[in-house]
Every structure is written in structure tokens, then in C-alpha cells.
Ligand binder design. Structure first.
Ligand code: ATP
Length: 413
């Protein structure tokens, strides 16, 4: 109890203390469940608080919010509610049991007892509950979660678990790598059998994408992706996800964004493979662009690193590509010169603008029309290539182009 209370602050602590009081003084059957129980046993600060109630969760949530001046988002049909308080939110859920109409489907839920609620969970280490009544309550641990925590083991709770819900495969890897645990032998064989039997295909792209997003937000995301690749999970989701070199090179890097992990996964794919992955995971358009542009960038690598490549040419090939695809490629490319050029593009070159405007060119005697744009582009390229710098030099270049005459056709050559 103290570890939990010490690990959260502000509004979350107020909700925790109020629920403890309601449990102790009014016998409200409310329990802390899942991640926060696991984390408090491991003595790591919980990152959120999840509660279950044997009763009507939206009603309790409303009471809590009224008392603490918070707000409730309730889904009465599902018996779930979120209490939003200063500094965060907590979920309170009516205990439920689940059944799977067919493998890989979303579960159907119905109200139930605490034991059923714990039995529906993914791993023993997530299937523990802490009663909130009393000073030092015992952890309710029907599936050997404490033992698995002590052994550093991620174990499913029944043999058909991965078949019921194959997203648990990525979840197993996520907990294993996050906690420095090992997936238990028997769990690993079940996982592999479920892959071989093709159950991964039954899960929608949206559900897989959500699990990827959770991985991308973790500190050890690259290790998780590499492990998921080694186990054949990613290949099961889509056969194009087999090249782990870029992901591996992100290990140990800081400030890596979600989109960079996506780009790293995409970097070894063909354009056709990338499109097919976008479809399989039902990627939103901004993420799909990251995939496409990362793959397009791979085709530009030799041009970007050619010793004879002009800066203006490099810029022209990169203009219009997603910034995140360029940032990601700079992180994972094995070519130092490519990395340097991509970073310089992002930090300097793409911000370069001629000092002269179209009006300046008109004032210098260039007739209005497409020639204005062409001359400005030539000035821009000359700045990037270090041929001119200040405004006087830019004007001199424009004069030279004007005196050359017929620039429009020259530029087209
Ligand atoms: P943490 O376990 O640290 O809270 P998280 O916030 O990523 O990690 P969620 O994905 O929000 O975890 O899941 C919260 C809890 O819900 C888990 O601890 C687990 O008990 C349960 N859970 C989530 N997804 C599943 C699933 N696919 N099958 C069974 N139980 C699940």
C-alpha cells in the first residue's frame, strides 16, 4: 500500500486514498488490479492505477469524482468508467468475465466475480489484485503471479491463451523486455504453436497496430521488436517484416519517436511490401507516408552519399519527403555520410532561402512569368552549393543570368 501511495501523486493519490476509505469504512468491494499490483511488488512506481469493483463501476466513479471535484467518462454499457482528476485519470471497471466467440475476435464480456476477472487476463503477473480495505491486505494471487515475479517469468494462464487472443504474443514480448524477464518455456511453445497454426491472421490490423503503438512508447522498444522478429511474430503479422537491422541500430539511442520505429521496420521493405503492410495494419495516412517515404529514401541513399553529389541535388531529392522518415533514416543508416547529409538537410539546408524575392527580380528587369521562379531556383541552388552567399553576390548572379539571356530554355537543358 505504501509503495503505491508513495509512487503516485496529486489527484491519483487522492482517488487511491478515497477508495481505500470507502473499502475500509463502507465495505465497498474495490480492488487495485493488473499492472500497478505487479509494479508495486517489483518496487517500481506504477504508471497508472486500475481498479475493479464488484458492483456498478460508473456509479462508484461518479461518487468519487463528485467528492474530489473531478470528471467522469462512463461507458455504462460496458460497466467501465474513467475518473479524470488533476494530474491524471484512473479507470474503474466492473469485474467481468470474457468469452471469445471465435479465435482472435474481440471478447464478449459479462459481469462476474473477481476470480473470473483475474482469470481473463493475459499473464499470471498481471492477474493479481490488491483489496483496498484494511491496513496491510494480502495480494490475491490465484495464478501464481508472485512466484512468476520472483522467477522473472512471463507465463500465460491457460494453454489456449494465444489462440484466443494472439495480440498477447506481442504483449508477452513487451513485458519480457520491459521487466528483464524471460517468457516461460511452456508459454513459448504455446506461442510458437499458435504462430504455426496461423492464428495471427485472425486479428484485425487495428488491434495489432495498437499493440505496436504500445511497444513504440516503451524504453526498450527496439529490443522488443527484435525479439518479436526472432520469434516470428512480426513475420506472422506480415511477411515483409523480416529485416531487423535498422531496428537493431536504434538500440541505445535516446529520444526515438514512435514513427522512427515504424520507419526502421519499413526500411528493408520493397515499395509493394510497404503498401501491403500499410493495408494490413490499417495505418493512418501520416504513418503510411512515413512508411512510403522511408522506402523511397532507401532508393536515394547512393545519390545522397555520392562524393560528387551537389547539396542542391540532395535537397531536391529530399524536398517533400516526411521529416520523420528523414530523421529516422539519419538514425539508422550505416553510412556516416548519409546520416550527416540527412541531418544537415533537416537542420540547415531546408531552411535556406534566397534573400531576393520575386519583386526584387522584377525590379532588376526580369519580366514577370515563369522565368522569375526559374531564376530564384537557380539562386537558391547556388547558395546551397556555396557558389554565392550574401545578397550582393545573389544580385550579381541574377545580373549574370539576365545577361546570359534566354534563361528559360537554358534552365530546361
Ligand atoms: P501495464 O500492464 O503496465 O498496465 P499497459 O498499461 O500497457 O501495461 P494495458 O495494455 O493497458 O497495460 O493492460 C492493462 C491490463 O489489462 C493488463 O495488466 C492485463 O491484465 C489486462 N489486459 C490488457 N490486454 C489484455 C489482453 N489482450 N488479454 C488479457 N488481458 C489483457
Amino acid at each position: 500500500m505504501d509503495r503505491i501511495a508513495g509512487g503516485v501523486g496529486g489527484g491519483l493519490l487522492a482517488v487511491f486514498n478515497l477508495l481505500r476509505r470507502l473499502a475500509s469504512e463502507e465495505d465497498v468491494p474495490v480492488f487495485l488490479v493488473g499492472g500497478p499490483v505487479r509494479d508495486s511488488v517489483l518496487d517500481v512506481p506504477p504508471h497508472d492505477l486500475d481498479f475493479v469493483l464488484v458492483g456498478d463501476a460508473p456509479v462508484l466513479a461518479t461518487d468519487v469524482a463528485d467528492k474530489l471535484g473531478g470528471r467522469v467518462i462512463a461507458h455504462s454499457r460496458f460497466g467501465t468508467a474513467t475518473v479524470v482528476v488533476e494530474g491524471g485519470h484512473v479507470d474503474i471497471v466492473t469485474v467481468r468475465k470474457e468469452s471469445y466467440p471465435f479465435p482472435g475476435s474481440l471478447p464478449e464480456t459479462s459481469p462476474s466475480e473477481l476470480a473470473d476477472d483475474l482469470a481473463r487476463r493475459d499473464f499470471s503477473i498481471n492477474a493479481m489484485a490488491l483489496p483496498l480495505s484494511g491496513v496491510a491486505p494480502n495480494v490475491i494471487d490465484p495464478h501464481g503471479g508472485l512466484q512468476d515475479l520472483a522467477n522473472g517469468s512471463v507465463s500465460i494462464m491457460h494453454p489456449g491463451s494465444f489462440t484466443d487472443d494472439p495480440t498477447r504474443m506481442l504483449r508477452a514480448v513487451r513485458y519480457e523486455q520491459r521487466l528483464g524477464f524471460k517468457i516461460a518455456e511452456s508459454t513459448l511453445s504455446d506461442l510458437q504453436r499458435s504462430i504455426t497454426e496461423g492464428h495471427i491472421a485472425a486479428v484485425s490490423g487495428d488491434r495489432w497496430r495498437q499493440e505496436f503503438q504500445k511497444i513504440f512508447a516503451e524504453d526498450n522498444a527496439p529490443q522488443m521488436l527484435v525479439r518479436a522478429m526472432d520469434l516470428g511474430i512480426l513475420q506472422g503479422i506480415h511477411p515483409a517484416m523480416t529485416d531487423g537491422r535498422s531496428v537493431t541500430s536504434l538500440i541505445g539511442q535516446s529520444d526515438v519517436h514512435s514513427s522512427h520505429f515504424l520507419a526502421a521496420l519499413a526500411s528493408g521493405m520493397s515499395a509493394v511490401g510497404g503498401e501491403s503492410v500499410c493495408e494490413r495494419l490499417n495505418l493512418p495516412s501520416d504513418w503510411a507516408r512515413v512508411v512510403r517515404d522511408t522506402i523511397a529514401l532507401q532508393g536515394l541513399m547512393s545519390a545522397i552519399s555520392a562524393p560528387t553529389a551537389k547539396t542542391s541535388e540532395i535537397c531536391r531529392s529530399l524536398d517533400g519527403l516526411e521529416t520523420e522518415a528523414i530523421e529516422a533514416s539519419a538514425r539508422f543508416t550505416s553510412e556516416p555520410l548519409v546520416s550527416e547529409n540527412l541531418r544537415r538537410y533537416l537542420n540547415e539546408w531546408r531552411n535556406v532561402r534566397p534573400s531576393l524575392s520575386g519583386d526584387d527580380l522584377l525590379a532588376m528587369g526580369v519580366p514577370s512569368g515563369s522565368g522569375i521562379g526559374e531564376i530564384l531556383r537557380e539562386v537558391h541552388s547556388a547558395i546551397l552549393d556555396g557558389l554565392v552567399s550574401n545578397e550582393a553576390e545573389q544580385r550579381a548572379l541574377v545580373d549574370e543570368i539576365i545577361s546570359r539571356g534566354n534563361w528559360s530554355s537554358e534552365m530546361a537543358e
